[in-house]
Design a protein around this ligand. Structure first.
Ligand code: PEP
Ligand code: MG
Length: 580
C-alpha cells in the first residue's frame, strides 16, 4: 500500500481501477498480459521497435538535410539507445518471463533509465533523460496509437490518473464511469478543480510525480476530502473507505431534507443562496436544492469543447434553457472569462509568459469585439425570457468597466433598431476579483447595479500566487488576513452604497468560511450546487450576532493558520453532524 498526498479540490471518495494517462496523453494499459500471449506480444514489441527506428532514421535524414549533419547526430544517439541490446533483452525478459505488457515494460524500463540520468550531477547527462522520454513516447505511440479522447468513451468504472487534465478534458470525462481523478500537476484554484466540483467528480490535484508507480487496472482509492491517493490499498483500508463512502451517502441523503427549509439564520435573517453553474446539467441540482437563483453562470464551457466558434444561436440556446429551467428566479450570466487556464481549443494562446496577468477575461472580450457582441446580443435577447442580470469578470480599471458598458449599450441600440425584445433594465454588475477593483470600489459602485466577490482570483492576485500551480499551493490561502480585509471592505462599500453584494468564489461554498462571511455582512452566497446543503445547514445553526463576534476575533488575528483553525473549531461546534 502506498499513500500519496496531493491537494483536495473536489470532495468525495472513490474506489476503482486506475486508468493511467501519461503526460502526452497516452493511456498506459494494464500491467499484465495473459499467460499464453507472450509470443504475440513480443512480436508486437518488435514491430514497434522497428517502426520507431525507421521513424528516427527518417527524422535524422530530414534534419541533416535541412540543418546539417551535426543536428542529425542527435537522432543517431536515439537510434543507438533504441537498438541497445541490453535494453532489448530487458524488455523481452519483462514480457516473456514476468508477463508484463510491452507498453508497461517500455514505460517502466525507460523511465527507470531516465531517472538514473536525471539523478546525475552532470547537466549534460541529466538532459539526456529528455531523449529517453522521447524514445519512450515514440515506442508507446507505435504500441498504442490511442490518445486520451478515449477517456470520453469508457465501459467500466475507473479513476483517471493523469499528468494533467485541462478544464475542457475534465469537462469531457465520461461521468457515468469516471469515479474520480488525480493529476500530478494543478493547483487548488484551477479551473480544472472547479469543473470537477461542478461535475461532482472527486478530485485530487498537484500530487507530484507518481504515474510511474501505478499501472492501468490497479485498484486505487481516491480521497477527495483529505487529498489522498492510495495505491494498492490493503483490504482493511478498502473496507474502511467503503464504509466512509456509505456514511457520506447517507449524510447526503439526510441533508436532502433541507431542500424545503428556508435559508435563514437562527435569529431569522434571510440569506440568499444561489448556485454557481457552468454546465447546463448543474441547473437541475440548483432547482432540486431550491436555490434562490444562479449567482454565477460561467459561460466558458461554450468555448472549451467547441470545434468551431459558438454563434449567437448557440449562446442563446444555452442561456434560454437555464433561464426557463429557473422559472423566474434570478440568473446572473457572466460574460466570457477565457484565458489563463481556461483556454479554448479554438484559440490556442500566443506564447504568453504570464497568462494569468495577460490577455484574459474581459480584456480578451474587449479585444475581440465581434465575439463579445455576439455574446452580449444573446444575453440581451435571453433577458426577455426571465430575470437575467449580466456580470463582467476581472474588471481592474474604471475604463474597462465603462468600455464594457459602452459595448453593451451599443448592442442594445442595435437590438432596439431591429425591434428585438430584451430587458432594458437588466442589472449590470461586475466581479470584484482584482485588488485594484477593491481599492477603487467606492467609485465602481456608482456605476454598477451589483457586485460579486470572486475569491478564487482575488486570493491569486492579492497574494501573487498562481491558483493553478501546485508548487505554491500552500501559499494560496483564503484565510490570509490580507484577503479577508479585502472581502470585509468590499462588503462594507457595497452595503454602504446600498447595492447587492454576492460572493461566488469557491470560498463561499466552504463551510469553514460561512460564519465569517455572515459576520462580515454577506447576505448572498453563490456556491457550487454540491455545497449548497452544507452551507445552508451552517446558516441555519447560527445567529448573526454570534457570527459578528467571530468575525471580530478573526479580523484581529494576523496568521492564516490560526484563523483557519479558529473557523474550523467554530463550525464544528455549531454543526458537528457535518464533520462526523
Ligand atoms: C473567482 O475568481 O472567484 C471566480 C468565481 O471566477 P473563476 O473561478 O471563474 O475565475
Ligand atoms: Mg475569476
Amino acid at each position: 500500500m502506498h499513500k500519496i498526498q496531493g491537494i483536495a479540490v473536489s470532495p468525495g471518495v472513490a474506489i476503482a481501477e486506475a486508468l493511467v494517462i501519461d503526460s502526452e496523453g497516452f493511456r498506459i494499459p494494464r500491467r499484465f498480459i495473459a499467460r499464453g500471449a507472450a509470443t504475440e506480444e513480443l512480436a508486437r514489441l518488435d514491430v514497434a521497435i522497428s517502426a520507431a527506428g525507421a521513424e528516427i532514421e527518417q527524422h535524422r535524414d530530414t534534419v541533416a538535410q535541412q540543418l546539417g549533419q551535426h543536428y542529425g547526430a542527435i537522432f543517431d544517439a536515439h537510434l543507438q539507445m533504441l537498438r541497445d541490446s541490453r535494453l532489448r533483452a530487458e524488455l523481452i525478459e519483462m514480457v516473456r518471463d514476468r508477463h508484463y505488457s510491452p507498453e508497461y515494460a517500455v514505460s517502466r524500463t525507460l523511465r527507470r533509465y531516465a531517472k538514473v540520468f536525471q539523478s546525475l550531477d552532470s547537466t549534460f547527462l541529466a538532459e539526456r533523460a529528455t531523449d529517453i522520454f522521447d524514445i519512450e513516447k515514440r515506442l508507446l505511440r507505435h504500441l498504442l496509437g490511442q490518445r486520451r479522447e478515449e477517456v470520453a468513451h469508457l465501459s467500466s468504472p475507473v479513476i483517471v490518473l493523469a499528468h494533467n487534465l485541462t478544464p475542457s478534458e475534465t469537462a469531457g470525462l465520461d461521468r457515468k464511469f469516471v469515479r474520480g481523478f488525480a493529476t500530478e500537476v494543478g493547483g487548488p484554484g484551477s479551473h480544472t478543480a472547479i469543473v470537477a466540483e461542478g461535475m461532482g467528480i472527486p478530485a485530487v490535484v498537484g500530487v507530484g510525480s507518481f504515474l510511474t508507480d501505478v499501472s492501468g487496472g490497479d485498484l486505487v482509492i481516491l480521497d477527495g476530502e483529505e487529498g489522498l491517493i492510495i495505491l494498492q490499498p490493503d483490504e482493511e483500508t478498502v473496507a474502511r473507505y467503503r464504509h466512509e463512502a456509505e456514511q457520506s451517502r447517507s449524510q447526503a441523503a439526510r441533508l436532502e431534507s433541507l431542500n424545503d427549509l428556508p435559508t435563514e439564520t437562527l435569529d431569522g435573517v434571510r440569506i440568499e443562496l444561489f448556485g454557481n453553474i457552468e454546465f447546463p446539467a448543474e441547473v437541475q441540482q440548483c432547482q432540486e436544492r431550491q436555490a434562490d437563483g444562479i449567482g454565477l453562470y460561467r459561460t466558458e464551457f461554450l468555448y472549451l469543447n467547441a470545434e468551431t466558434e459558438p454563434d449567437e444561436a448557440v449562446h442563446f440556446d444555452a442561456y434560454s434553457n437555464v433561464i426557463r429551467a429557473m422559472q423566474g428566479k434570478q440568473v446572473c450570466i457572466r460574460t466570457l472569462d477565457l484565458g489563463a487556464d481556461k483556454v479554448a481549443r479554438l484559440s490556442p494562446p500566443e506564447d504568453e509568459r504570464n497568462p494569468v496577468l495577460g490577455l484574459r477575461s474581459i480584456r480578451l472580450s474587449l479585444r475581440n469585439l465581434e465575439m463579445f457582441r455576439i455574446q452580449l446580443r444573446a444575453i440581451l435577447r435571453a433577458s426577455a425570457l426571465g430575470s437575467v442580470r449580466i456580470m463582467f469578470p476581472l474588471i481592474s480599471t474604471m475604463m474597462e468597466l465603462r468600455q464594457a458598458r459602452m459595448v453593451l449599450t451599443d448592442v442594445m441600440e442595435d437590438l432596439d433598431e431591429s425591434g428585438v425584445a430584451f430587458d432594458r433594465n437588466m442589472p449590470v454588475g461586475m466581479m470584484v476579483e482584482v485588488p485594484s477593483a477593491v481599492l477603487m470600489l467606492d467609485r465602481f459602485v456608482e456605476e454598477v447595479d451589483f457586485i460579486s466577490i470572486g475569491t478564487n482570483d482575488l486570493i491569486q492576485y492579492t497574494l501573487a500566487v498562481d491558483r493553478a500551480n501546485k508548487d505554491v499551493a500552500g501559499l494560496y490561502n483564503a484565510a490570509d488576513p490580507a484577503v479577508l480585509r479585502q472581502i470585509e471592505s468590499s462588503i462594507a462599500v457595497a452595503r454602504q452604497a446600498n447595492i447587492p453584494v454576492n460572493c461566488c468564489g469557491q470560498m463561499s461554498g466552504s463551510t469553514v468560511y460561512t460564519m465569517l462571511l455572515l459576520g462580515l455582512g454577506l447576505r448572498q452566497f453563490s456556491v457550487p450546487p454540491g455545497a449548497m446543503h452544507e452551507v445552508k445547514r451552517v446558516i441555519r445553526c447560527v445567529t448573526i450576532e454570534q457570527c459578528q463576534a467571530l468575525a471580530r476575533r478573526v479580523m484581529a488575528l494576523e496568521n492564516a493558520r490560526e484563523i483557519k483553525s479558529l473557523l474550523k473549531e467554530e463550525v464544528k461546534r455549531v454543526a458537528p453532524e457535518l464533520f462526523s
